[in-house]
Design a protein around this ligand. Structure first.
Ligand SMILES: *[C@@H]1O[C@H](CO)[C@@H](O)[C@H](O)[C@H]1NC(C)=O
Ligand SMILES: *[C@@H]1O[C@H](CO)[C@@H](O)[C@H](O)[C@H]1NC(C)=O
Ligand SMILES: *[C@@H]1O[C@H](CO)[C@@H](O)[C@H](O)[C@H]1NC(C)=O
Ligand SMILES: *[C@@H]1O[C@H](CO)[C@@H](O)[C@H](O)[C@H]1NC(C)=O
Ligand SMILES: *[C@@H]1O[C@H](CO)[C@@H](O)[C@H](O)[C@H]1NC(C)=O
Ligand SMILES: *[C@@H]1O[C@H](CO)[C@@H](O)[C@H](O)[C@H]1NC(C)=O
Ligand SMILES: *[C@@H]1O[C@H](CO)[C@@H](O)[C@H](O)[C@H]1NC(C)=O
Length: 595
């Protein structure tokens, strides 16, 4: 929970405020969150089920910060299994220790807590956090991250009248444990049971498709105003087409880059992607309006019965939404979605985290040092287990995180031998990592040999999307690259039977997860890491955090928390709050005393 000042605060709060101001003047501010992660009951599709709540909320609270702020989040794991949060799109400059994936952190055991501390250095934009282990995102546990521009950096559009976050996702009534067991035994996920908006089921737009009594999302707006909608696909594996009846979407930002501002009547948002749209309430409010997220690239037999439907409600609305849902794009137009993706361009003259134009880093003129062509394939049997692969290798997470193994110079945990091409040999299960060149410039081509859309994400970086097309990538494909205003982001789609090419400047030292965002592909092995080390200087990276949890071959280093904490039996929030406040005051007094 974000610390709010209690009503009855006097000297304590005054001191606290004073300290915040002191720190504010002296350096980048700190924000403190204290989150308990636990199962809560929800019935998004009318059936009660266990979901993962952050501080009792599903979706979790929004982390709303400004460029360069320091974020401290104490995560208390009250689930019955290990847990980690990862901060999708946050770059953690030189600090992969805070990335919260199996290759960088030991999981927080059930009943333990662990405090993340990181700076949102030189970034702006819309992102989200989610649980990175054991298919848990299928049960929720996600929430938004907003990184605002500093006051001195202009935003390339007028300040909107409101800021609204929307999470869209496919959803299953089966638990995440059942889903992951199914996958391991070779059963595919099957059609989702529905599509959610902010953890809520569809509005009953059709009585034959949506049962009675399902709570749905209502977005309240004022006529004539313009809102910024931050839309994230936090789902499992379904691409969703997002649209609002009778309203234009003006795309302005994606995953930390301001885009050329363009009108769209709908947008395909793939798993793991985030977009900001400006939407002006320019209709007559004769009725409410539908907000729709409908599955894309799925056969009608494997589509959920109903799409996700929320309601846009003007304060002067004359009645409920009516008429048919706005039309989706034509499913048979294979190029519609790809052309739409290609139309998303970087606004090279806008500044973002720094005042200089985004396009001042001329990526098209930099010499590529490493090329990786990564080929994925549909699920296959590898050594008797159902697995997915990249270049014929299915990643297996070692019990000792890669980053810790590197720190303590433990050999044999992983190999820096990830092949840069598909080798036509038998698929294998391995812990094979990409050896990145520090300050190198890497080109990665994702070649999708599967029948469904795949999405790939790289932690620690934003990459430039320079090309995508159907067919097989060849050296000649480079002639089609966008070398000028390809957008920089952290997740890209790769259409079935197609390729996507990205360029990334490896200036951020660390151990960075390269993964499929579709949970099924990821869970069965479609990931690796890019190890980026400065060969000359160990101090390029932030030191191992003092509170690091140890596991695997390093278990013996673990101190404290030997006894499990029962968070549900923890002191009341009031007492907890005061303890935290006192601790902060002491800490801040310490800091200001030193200066
Ligand atoms: C985020 O915080 C800023 C103040 O720092 C506030 O102006 C803004 O309304 C907040 N945004 C949201 C979505 O809560
Ligand atoms: C666990 O939480 C307590 C406060 O509730 C805090 O003092 C401690 O540092 C946390 N432990 C870790 C490893 O972050
Ligand atoms: C690009 O950003 C500039 C600078 O903020 C802004 O003035 C301009 O309107 C933007 N252009 C487009 C096409 O979005
Ligand atoms: C989007 O469309 C609306 C109405 O059609 C128009 O007024 C507006 O200028 C357009 N915006 C952009 C950025 O093209
Ligand atoms: C849809 O069904 C057709 C025919 O059965 C099949 O060829 C295609 O791969 C399926 N598409 C998806 C996305 O599963
Ligand atoms: C990794 O790459 C660096 C150059 O960037 C090289 O010096 C080193 O030997 C490589 N490591 C392995 C195990 O191949
Ligand atoms: C934790 O404490 C609560 C309340 O005292 C109790 O109901 C629950 O059984 C305890 N859980 C465990 C795992 O000990």
């Amino acid at each position: 929970m974000l610390l709010r000042l209690p009503h009855n605060c006097s000297l304590l709060c005054f001191t606290l405020l004073l300290c915040f101001i002191t720190v504010g003047l002296a350096g980048d501010p700190f924000v403190f969150y204290d989150w308990t992660v636990s199962y809560i009951t929800a019935a998004p599709l009318g059936v009660r089920q266990q979901v993962i709540g952050i501080d009792g909320r599903f979706p979790g609270p929004i982390l709303n910060v400004t460029t360069n702020w320091n974020v401290v989040v104490n995560v208390k794991n009250s689930l019955d299994e290990p847990f980690l949060l990862t901060w999708n799109g946050i770059q953690h400059r030189k600090n992969s220790w805070q990335d919260g994936v199996s290759g960088t952190n030991c999981p927080i055991p059930a009943g333990w807590n662990w405090t993340y501390q990181f700076q949102v250095k030189d970034q702006i934009g819309s992102f989200f956090y989610f649980p990175s282990l054991g298919f848990q995102r299928a049960a929720g546990g996600y929430g938004g991250i907003i990184v605002n521009n500093r006051d001195i950096i202009p935003v390339p559009f007028a300040t909107p009248d409101g800021d609204i976050t929307l999470f869209i996702s496919d959803w299953y009534i089966k638990s995440h444990k059942k889903l992951r067991n199914d996958l391991e035994s070779g059963t595919s996920l099957g059609p989702p049971d529905g599509v959610l908006f902010n953890g809520l089921g569809p509005y009953q737009f059709d009585r034959t498709l949506v049962r009675d009594g399902i709570p749905y999302q209502i977005i309240n707006v004022e006529p004539g105003r313009t809102y910024r909608l931050r839309v994230h696909n936090v789902g499992i594996s379904t691409s969703l087409n997002f649209r609002i009846q009778n309203h234009n979407l003006v795309l302005v930002e994606t995953e930390g880059s301001y885009t050329v501002q363009q009108n769209y009547s709908n947008m395909d948002i793939h798993v793991g992607q985030s977009y900001s749209f400006l939407v002006t309430m320019d209709q007559n409010a004769g009725t409410d309006y539908y907000i729709v997220a409908s599955p894309r690239f799925v056969n009608s037999s494997s589509a959920p019965k109903a799409p996700g439907v929320a309601i846009l409600h003007y304060s002067n609305s004359q009645g409920p939404a009516s008429g048919p849902l706005p039309d989706p794009p034509n499913e048979y137009d294979t190029y519609f979605s790809m052309n739409q993706a290609r139309s998303i361009r970087w606004n090279v003259s806008a500044g973002a985290a720094r005042p200089n134009p985004q396009g001042s880093f001329k990526y098209g003129e930099i010499t590529v040092t490493d090329v990786y062509v990564l080929l994925n394939r549909p699920v296959e049997l590898v050594d008797g287990k159902w697995r997915t692969t990249l270049n014929g290798i299915s990643y297996i997470a070692p019990s000792t995180p890669l980053k810790l193994a590197q720190q303590f110079k433990i050999d044999g945990v992983f190999k820096l031998d990830f092949p840069n091409r598909f080798m036509n040999r038998r698929a294998k299960v391995d812990t094979s990592v990409i050896n990145g060149t520090f300050k190198g410039f890497m080109e990665i081509i994702f070649q999708n040999n599967d029948r469904s859309v795949q999405n790939y994400h790289l932690d620690g970086y934003a990459f430039f999307i320079v090309g995508m097309d159907y067919g097989v990538w060849t050296e000649n494909s480079r002639s089609t690259y966008n070398k000028w205003d390809g957008v920089a982001r952290c997740t890209t789609q790769v259409f079935p039977g197609a390729w996507t090419a990205i360029l990334v400047s490896l200036d951020n030292a660390g151990m960075w997860n390269l993964r499929a965002q579709n949970l099924d592909s990821w869970y069965l092995g479609q990931e690796s890491y890019v190890s980026v080390m400065n060969p000359e200087n160990d101090n390029t990276e932030v030191q191992l955090p003092q509170n690091a949890i140890y596991c695997g071959v390093l278990s013996s280093l673990q101190k404290g928390q030997a006894r499990k904490i029962n968070f549900s039996a923890a002191p009341s929030p009031d007492i907890r709050m005061k303890t935290v406040l006192v601790a902060i005051v002491i800490a801040l007094l310490g800091i200001s005393g030193i200066r």
